[in-house]
Structure formats: C-alpha cells, structure tokens
Design a protein. Sequence first.
Length: 683
Amino acid sequence: MNLPIASAAAQVVRGACPHDCPDTCALKITVEHGRVTRVQGDPDHPPTHGALCTKVSRYPERTYHDERVLRPLKRIGPKGSGQFAPVGWDEALTDIAARLQAIAARDPQAIVPYSYAGTMGMLQGESIAARFFHTLGASLLDRTICASAGGDALAATYGGKLGMHLEHFVDSKLILIWGSNSITSNLHFWTFAQQAKRNGAKLICIDPRRTETADKCHQHIALLPGTDGALALGLMHELIVNGWLDEDYIARHVDGFDLLREKALAWPPERTAQVCGIEAEVVRTLAREYATTRPAAIRLNYGMQRVRGGGNAVRLIAMLPCLIGAWKQRGGGLLLSASGWLKAHKNSAALERPDLLGDRRPRTINMSTIGDDLQRESSPEFGPRIEALIVYNSNPVAVAPQSPKVVEGFKREDLFTVVLEHFLTDTADHADYVLPATTQLEHLDVHGSYGHTYVLLNQPAVAPLGEAKPNTQIFRELAAHMGLAEPCLRDSDEQLAEQALIGVDMAALREQGWFKLPVPELPFADGGFPTPNGKVIVNAPGHGVPDFVPNYEAALSSPELAERYPLAMISPPARHFLNSSFVNVKSLRAVEGEPLVEMHPADAASRGIADGALVRVFNDRGSYRCKAALNDRARPGVVNGLGVWWRKLGRDGTNVNELTSQRLTDIGRAPTFYDCLVEVEAA
C-alpha cells in the first residue's frame, strides 16, 4: 500500500481519530507547505458528519507542542525527577537491547509490556509490539483498565460486544442515557439523540453526577454509585407485575428467563429506591415509560461498570430491551459497544501472531494491579519479579488505581523502564529511556470503533517531527538490535495494514477513508444472537444468573468504613481531557483551570467548606488536596473528583488516584475506580 506523505500546498489528507472514544471520527487534515494547519471532521462519514470535539479539533496543537519529545532521552537524575539527556537512537536501542537480553536470559517473563488505548489503532497498538513480546516469551498483559467488566458481561449475555447502529438513535422515542456523559465522551451519539429529541423523543439521564448531558435531558435520575444493577432489577419487577413483557420475544429468544423473573420479583420499587437513593415513584414511572414507549433505546456506557458489581449490572441492563422486545424496531435496543461487529473482519491472529509463543505459556499481569505487582518478589505463584517494563500508549503512573503504590513501584532502582511517548508524562518521568513516538498525523494506521460500525484508515499527513518514529518502527528496530530473526518482525506498516482486515475492500478504504461493515439493519429483531443456541443467556457459564452485587465500599455493605469515610467518590474525566491525554495542551488546561472536587452544598456546609476553598480528600489509601466546587452536579453523599490530571500538574504532585483501590470487578477483572469512600475536610 503506497500512501505518500502530503507535501504540496493546501493538500487534504484523510485520517481517523485515534483516541479512546466510541466516536472514532473520520478526519480531513489540511496540510500547507508540509505543516498541518487544520483538522476537521469528514462531513461525508455518517457518524462524524463533519463535527469534531474541542479536543481533537486542536490536534495540531498537540503535534506541534513545544514540549514534544523529539529525540531519545536517557535518564540522568533520580527516577521521577524528569531529568534526562538526549542520546542517539543507536545508542539508546543498543543499551535497551542489552538490558532486555540479559533479563530474558534469566526469565523472559520478567519483562512486561504495559499498553492500552493511547491510540486505538490496530498497527500502532498491538501489531509489531505483540509480535516482539510473543517472540521473547515475555509476560502477557491483561488489558482491563477501562472496559473489560462491561465488555465481558455483554459478551456473556449477547455472545459478543454487539449493539444498535449509532444512526438508529435518531428514530428512538425514548432514550435512556445510562452511565454516560455523552456531550463530553460521545459527542456524535449526542447529535443523534438531540435530533430524536427534536422529533419528540424523551431523554432520561441515569448518572450519580448531574453532568452536562443531564442538564440537556428531560429527566435526571441521580442514583447512588454502584446501584445500577438494583435499578435494573426494580425495572424488571415492574415489567413483570404489570404485564409489560414481550412474552413471545422472551419465549423465542431469551434462555433462562424464569430464573431472572425470580430474582426480579424480590425487587419492588420501595426496596429499589432505598438501595439506589431515589424515590420509589421514579422507579415506577421509569418502568412504565420504558415499557410503553416505542421504540425505546438505551445508550449504556462504561462509567457504571467501574464498581464491584459492574459486570452483573451490565448483564441486567442488557436484558431490559430483550424483555420488552425493543430489538424488533429501528431505534430500539441497546448500545454499549459495537466492537464485536468488527470481529469477523479484524485479523488479530495475523497482526499479533500469538503462534510465536509456541508451547510457552507466559503468566498474565493485570494492568489494574500494577501497583502491587511491581512490588511482588519472585514466587512459585507469581513467577519472577518484574525486572523490565516497556510502556507505550499509556500513562500508568497517572491513570492506574492506588497511585501511591504505582509510584513506589516505578521508583524501584532495579526496575528497567522504557517509555514510548510524545511528552514527559508522569510515567515518562520515571523511565530509564524515553523514546519519541509519532502522533496520529505522522503515521499510518487502521481503526475500528466501539461506538459505530465503520472501519477507518489513517494516512500520514506529514513526515515525523524531529527523530520521532511510529511504535511499529521502534519495535522493529529494537527487535533487530536484539538479533531476533523472526521475519514477521520486519513487516512494514503497509504490509501490516494489508494483513489487518478480512473481507474489507482495501481500495475503497484507501479512496474514501472509511468503510461500512455489513451489519444487519435490525440485527436481533428475530433473535440470532451469536450464542451457542442463538438466544440471550441468563444463566451464563461461570457467572450464573445476574444479580445486584453491592459495592466494596458503601454504607450498605461496609457500614463501619462508611462511619469514617461517609462520602462516596466517583472520578469521571474532566470535560476537556480524555483520561490523561490532552492534559498538557495549554488551551484545554486553561479551560479546565485546576483539579476540582465537586460537592453538594449541604455536604460542604456541614464540614465548614466554602465554594473555591482548598480541601483535603482522604481515606486509608491516601490524601489529595484540591479546590472544592459547590454545585448541584454532586448529589448529597457523593463527591466528584474530576480527573485524570497529570500528578505533576496537580497540587502536591498528586491526583485523584491517590484514593482509588486495586480491587477488581465481579466480571472482567477490571478496576473499581468509582467504588471508593472518602472524607473531605477544609485544608
């Protein structure tokens, strides 16, 4: 595939947004005299329809940022100090290769990759990188930090991560926006929801926080964090006792409903309301509207699954459209993730080459428990002590839970750390080597989406700045320096792009920049779920019948802890950041101002805290100082610690993850960021 870099004046190059967002926008990138001057949404791509979020519309500011790392750097100061000296690529790769070879000779499992969705691309994510680590026999990484609870739960219910067409929300008459601040994190869904609203649809936001999205909906249901499964059961109770079920759809397409019926009948509105912290009448009215409005849709997002019972809650909510037959109509159903539609077309085995492991079965490290795992000694149960960490597409020192332990692990003098990055993030500050990576404007990539049903191609718009190289090229060159002879480690990005997809017209993809997957118009109107018997599964193997699972930390389940720390804390992303990406883009940080914790005025008054006051948020795991914002975005008993700020840009060099725990969810081995009790006091 020959994809020339734009060099002529006023040339437009087709691209794709690489970030961890369901929208995966198609981009039109204007290049003038070898420099990107504008990034716009493609008006012809149906999900993007010409619009971009504030963050990505300023992407050139990120690429041309004056703090961009453009040469390899070697640490010359203490870990965490951010003190580096520039070195040549050959010097850096020769030293890194020698260090890794020595470790691999003892036990390659002591080498651990750490990556996530800094780019969602198939090439710059897990292609040559995966081949490199498989060839070595390094530890595997369980990539759980964002979505595995909900994703695994959805797959256990529907047989895959599948849902509605994004564009069909425009035809809905009722939309439940559940656990999603769509204006911030799913802008293009929001435009379809707004059109549905103009057509007469009712929008209901279910979220502990009164988000910007809740402001624009007809109703906001501010339930307590971690009680979404209880609300789903309460809605089922009302569907059953009022005869609002689609008995025919259930009989033909739901396997094991009688077991679920028994669970739901134990959740009358009064019990549901008490657990969720809402009024019983809210439960009754919501159930009636959901059952009697056609078509009804649920836009479920990942915020609600970051608690102990997050997986069970997703399974319960995913049952709701099946109980009323919502899938039978355009504009009815549920969307959490659409990434499963790509499964038949993404050639993961060819890209990642797990066959390179041969008979070896390396251990798996959960990225969400990296704080503890970095401090474990060698043992028969754990395996070898982690001696080397290669970080790419992630910033674990800022984003991983219980960051005091993460920082302590990264500061180990006997830990060899290499970070591929654009900037000196909190994680890069702890590296032995920082290797300059390209941004999306400088490399080739192929993208699917978890929010719509299109594949996109990102073409390089400009040559890499400075000495930056694509992730793929860095791993190719590192493999060569280590003497790894496996031929597939030399595949070019163009070859990788050709290997990435099955059944996709690559010529059309190159020409148009995007390609619509062949997904049925109404995929589950007559069942046909990709489960063994084609039905929705209630009693899932290994998981049983879904039920409400209370939080680890809540007044209901841990009253003694709640006596000391009576406030539940969630930590949703600040509006102009995406996890820890864009935090150092000055124009976006200027809009956010500084780290904040939102408090309800009643909670603040009882603690003598004024709006704008400096406060200390704390629990047994740590403490965090920031400003308090008193407003109705926080419901009584809940505080919102907006994240994820880089630690070094926060007060005292900390962020909200000082307080979160490394406990995992019921399904999917995922973190429980929003399952967190704290106290707040004036600082």
